[in-house]
Design a protein around this ligand. Sequence first.
Ligand SMILES: [Zn+2]
Ligand SMILES: [Zn+2]
Length: 115
Amino acid sequence: MPCQLIERMAACDDCRTFAVDYGLNLINSRRPGANPRDWEMPLTLTRIHLDDHLITAHAEWLPERRPGCDTCEAWRGDHTIGPIDEAEALHRAWHLCEPLQEVCAPGVHELTYLM
Ligand SMILES: [Zn+2]
Ligand SMILES: [Zn+2]
């Protein structure tokens, strides 16, 4: 069974497109002999599309502030009522997509659920 994030994304065409784009770049960037510098740009670009989509279309998926995360803790002092600002939303999208880091590892084939 795929992880919960993959399962949710599988139901949305845009998620599938953006997550597969990002995931394939992630997998290629981790191949033996890959030069991290060659992958910085495609990873950043595909990630921006994915995060943008998650924040606008699936804001309800964004996790709460993560205890133990310095960045989340830094926001703790701010007000928690009303919409969160964009920087924080992007950071929470990063937490949301953490499973993708594991899914896009050698020998793991969960990304194929989105193809
Ligand atoms: Zn989506
Ligand atoms: Zn955090």
